[in-house]
Design a protein around this ligand. Structure first.
Ligand SMILES: C[S@@+](CC[C@H](N)C(=O)[O-])C[C@H]1O[C@@H](n2cnc3c(N)ncnc32)[C@H](O)[C@@H]1O
Length: 296
């Protein structure tokens, strides 16, 4: 079996597998609804601050930060809601992938969001934080969001605490992570040997809840159900099924390269009620996520 850290060919393969999963996941539809309903009430309305002064113009502005923005669709949805309330937003995006940042920029250039100044930084959270705290005037934020990106950060405990410290009084930190009840998280727990080399952290709502509790940080958790149709995984010879398995196992061509015993155990567990629900002839992977809302 081959793990995720590898050649360009394998990287391309995983991008295709991720696309196949994303098509079935319909995550953007879910987020479109979530941003215009839950986010508006549970996040935007909670930001309680006096606008800070913008040194250049004398106008007041809201400082917002996206950590691991990807190609920006979801951060843009959040900002579309925020501009309804705030007329001057400075949005800093941290994203490691230059391809993703290029996509983000092109979406913004085609879009209609006004009153946002965009600042794209190709930096990891740790590096950004390091430079920010060392600067003469460390920046504090009124809104920080990190959507399905904490899993990419090695020391999640420290990252959560540093994000909290980076909030200004009255600011809101929004962290979205896979639910501990989600099938993809349970697969990682059940088959840890598959994921050792993929470089991702073992993070779900359980770990984030524990971190916040340990540090005595009050928070609200909003749970969002999500189901992904993975029926083709259980139909022999289906290309999409094989791609979905590779995406979930983080292994190239898992069905052909893993031992028959491992394939059998993995597929059986994926099909079981631990991970999936049955709906008539279909199997739906439980893919719920939780939003942690921390106000300061
Ligand atoms: C799963 S994607 C989520 C993208 C976006 N937030 C979304 O939900 O569509 C995670 C993103 O975090 C970025 N990333 C990985 N490690 C990072 C780090 N240490 N700091 C900031 N971003 C990181 C990756 O390049 C990737 O685009």
């Amino acid at each position: 079996m081959t793990s995720l850290k590898m050649s360009q060919e394998d990287t391309n393969h995983f991008n295709e597998c991720h696309e196949a999963f994303a098509l079935r996941e319909k995550a953007l539809d879910t987020f479109t609804d979530w941003a215009s309903t839950v986010f508006r009430d549970a996040v935007v309305s909670k930001i309680a601050l006096d606008y800070v002064k913008d040194g250049n113009t004398g106008r007041k502005r809201l400082e917002a930060l996206g950590v691991g923005s990807g190609s920006g669709e979801i951060d843009i949805m959040f900002l579309e809601q925020m501009v309804k309330k705030y007329s001057n937003i400075y949005f800093t995006s941290l994203e490691l992938s230059s391809e993703n940042t290029a996509l983000f920029k092109s979406k913004v250039s085609r879009g209609t969001i006004e009153n946002v100044t965009w600042d794209w930084k190709q930096l990891s959270w740790d590096n950004y934080r390091f430079y920010n705290v060392k600067s003469r005037e460390p920046k504090l934020f009124h809104f920080i969001c990190t959507v399905h990106s904490l899993i990419y950060i090695r020391d999640v405990d420290q990252a959560v605490m540093n994000m909290y410290e980076s909030l200004d009084d009255g600011g809101v930190l929004l962290m979205i992570v896979a639910s501990e009840e989600s099938g993809s998280y349970k697969l990682r727990t059940k088959f840890p040997q598959l994921y050792i080399e993929d470089g991702l952290s073992h993070v779900s709502s359980a770990e984030v809840r524990k971190i916040l509790k340990t540090h005595g940080i009050p928070h609200q958790i909003l749970s969002q159900p999500s189901r992904v149709d993975i029926t083709t995984v259980f139909q022999k010879g289906r290309k999409e099924g094989s791609q979905l398995v590779d995406h979930l196992s983080k292994r190239v061509n898992f069905l052909k390269t893993a031992s028959p015993r491992m394939v059998n155990e993995f597929i059986s567990y994926l099909k079981s009620p631990q991970c999936s629900e049955r709906e008539q002839q279909s199997y739906l992977l439980v893919n719920d996520w939780d939003a942690f809302i921390v106000t300061k």
